[in-house]
Ligand binder design. Structure first.
Ligand code: GTP
Ligand code: K
Ligand code: MG
Length: 492
């Protein structure tokens, strides 16, 4: 209900640069003039809980709860006694922080109450705030939404913030922080400026093409810049799947002949008994998937049935599922029993799965493969090692743990290639939305042919620029905002 008003307020706040589609909304709504409050730290018993407010009545609420005429100095922590304004009953001795707008997270007047984290204190302070006229509880993501509306964050930064809150691995945290720092937005704004300049040149040519006063080579210059931009966009789009894997997890599939030790490896890497391990070949039938943090990267690790033919219908179905899952793998962990390399199942596996992935060049295949020879503890120290004609491989013993560090290091390198390394390189496109707009921009530029039709070329530049602006939130529709802000919790 408050959406309609929010849109209008947002438009006013952001000016014409960020126009939103207006939605008809009949009834009156509280709107963004209200002051919102929420518990911003996690729920449950904890040492300190942070409650915050945002909106014009924040200062008034702070004065009422601290029963003080004056506000504390801005952006300094001050110790104050909080009491319930209705009964005067003391609630807690707390640190309070006063952030007058616009120098605050949301751009509005904000207050933070750092109270003792017991549930009774928290609910007492929340109730006291609720009793102050003009204050209401915040909706999920409403603080961030106000920050966005007031131009404190652009859309890719908002997404970075959502990802940072949900980041579970090192690599995800690093990537989210880079996005929150505005790297992707910065890049897009630079590209949009290039297009604006090119558009100005083309339009100048349309208006004054015949005029002698026009500088020479104006169109040629625009052409060079647009073509360079196409190259840059292409490179980023080729990277796009990596960023999405980093956000939602890379698919790593363990495969090999029966009894190679696949389930043992899955349990070792996930540090929990995900799969049944037994000396009986054909133990694993279903695909067992578990999310794990591998060397700092988010991974969906799948254990699968041992690949072999001529077995009963249930195991055959398991083998079918294993092959199906293999197709979806970003990284294949191909496993063999090092003491059993001459067996028909090992030879068959090497000749089919390993050879077929290895034969593809890394550029035309998004799949990568690591060959692991397990049960190295069964090889005699003096006797001949694994066959020299094998493709590059790692030795491992799931039993003794020998070779595990080497495997983890190899996994880190492979996953950095699969997901992109968030500590280096250009900003990753972590969402399908980013990819959609960059592709839209590139498609539009393919219609840029100033030698044929200047008016159409100018229109192509305008469409292309529109995609870049929408990526960072300019002209975004409310539907997109709703989807993005849904990821947030109340209090953020
Ligand atoms: N000696 C030795 N035995 C191992 C090692 N890793 C696994 N095993 C044993 O090999 C047998 C098979 O292990 P699993 O992990 O069930 O093998 P799997 O590949 O999942 O087997 P299936 O699911 O039947 O295809 C079990 O008895 C394990 O204890 C190892 O590094 N050294
Ligand atoms: K087994
Ligand atoms: Mg198994």
């Amino acid at each position: 209900m408050w959406r309609g008003l929010w849109t209008l307020a947002a438009q006013a706040a952001r000016g014409p640069r960020r126009l939103c589609t207006r939605r008809s909304s009949g009834a009156a709504a509280p709107g963004s003039g209200a002051t919102i409050f929420a518990l911003s730290s996690g729920q449950g018993r904890c040492g300190i809980a942070v409650i915050r407010t945002s909106g014009p009545s924040s200062g008034h609420a702070l004065r009422i709860l601290t029963a003080a005429g004056d506000l504390p100095p801005a952006r300094h922590a001050s110790l104050r006694l909080l009491s319930d304004p209705r009964s005067g009953e003391p609630l807690d001795r707390a640190l309070v922080l006063w952030f007058p707008g616009p120098r605050s997270f949301t751009g509005e007047d904000c207050v933070e109450f750092h109270v003792h984290g017991g549930p009774a204190v928290v609910s007492g302070v929340l109730q006291a705030l609720g009793s102050v006229p003009g204050l209401r509880p915040a909706e999920a993501g409403e603080f961030t939404r106000r920050a966005f509306a007031n131009g404190k964050l652009n859309l890719t930064e908002v997404e970075g913030l959502a990802d940072l809150i949900h980041a579970e691995t090192e690599a995800q945290r690093r990537q989210a922080l880079r996005q929150l720092d505005g790297e992707l937005g910065h890049l897009c704004r630079g590209w949009a400026e290039t297009l604006t300049k090119a558009l100005a040149h083309v339009e100048a040519y349309i208006d004054f093409g015949e005029d002698d006063n026009l500088e020479e080579g104006v169109l040629e210059q625009a052409d060079i810049e647009v073509r360079a931009l196409e190259v840059a966009l292409g490179a980023h789009l080729r990277d796009a799947r990596r960023g999405q894997r980093l956000r939602s997890g890379a698919h790593v599939v363990v495969t090999g002949p029966p009894n190679a030790g696949k389930s043992s490896l899955v349990n070792l890497l996930s540090r929990k008994p995900v799969s049944i391990v037994s000396p009986e070949p054909g133990t694993t039938r279903d695909v067992l998937e578990t999310p794990v943090d591998l060397a700092g990267f988010p991974v969906l690790l799948s254990d699968t049935a041992g690949l072999r033919e001529g077995v009963g219908p249930v195991e055959q179905e398991g083998v079918r599922r294993a092959r199906e899952r293999l197709e979806q793998a970003d990284l294949i962990l191909a496993m063999l029993d090092a003491s059993d390399l001459a067996s028909p199942s090992s030879c068959n596996f090497l000749a089919t799965v390993v050879a077929s992935v290895g034969a593809r060049s890394p550029s035309d295949s998004s799949q990568r493969l690591l060959l692991v020879l397990n049960k190295s503890d069964l090889l005699s120290p003096e006797g001949p090692g694994p066959r020299p004609d094998l493709p590059p491989h790692l030795l491992l013993s799931c039993l003794t743990g020998e070779g595990l560090d080497g495997l983890l290091e190899a996994l880190r390198k492979e996953l950095a290639a699969v997901c992109g390394d968030p500590s280096t390189g250009s900003p990753l496109l972590t969402r399908a939305r980013h990819q959609h707009h960059l592709q839209g921009c590139l498609d539009a530029l393919s219609h840029y042919k100033p030698s044929k039709d200047l008016a159409l070329a100018a229109e192509a530049l305008r469409v292309a620029r529109g995609h870049l602006t929408r990526l960072t939130g300019g002209g975004g529709t409310e539907e997109i905002l709703d989807i993005i802000f849904r990821d947030f919790c109340v209090g953020k």
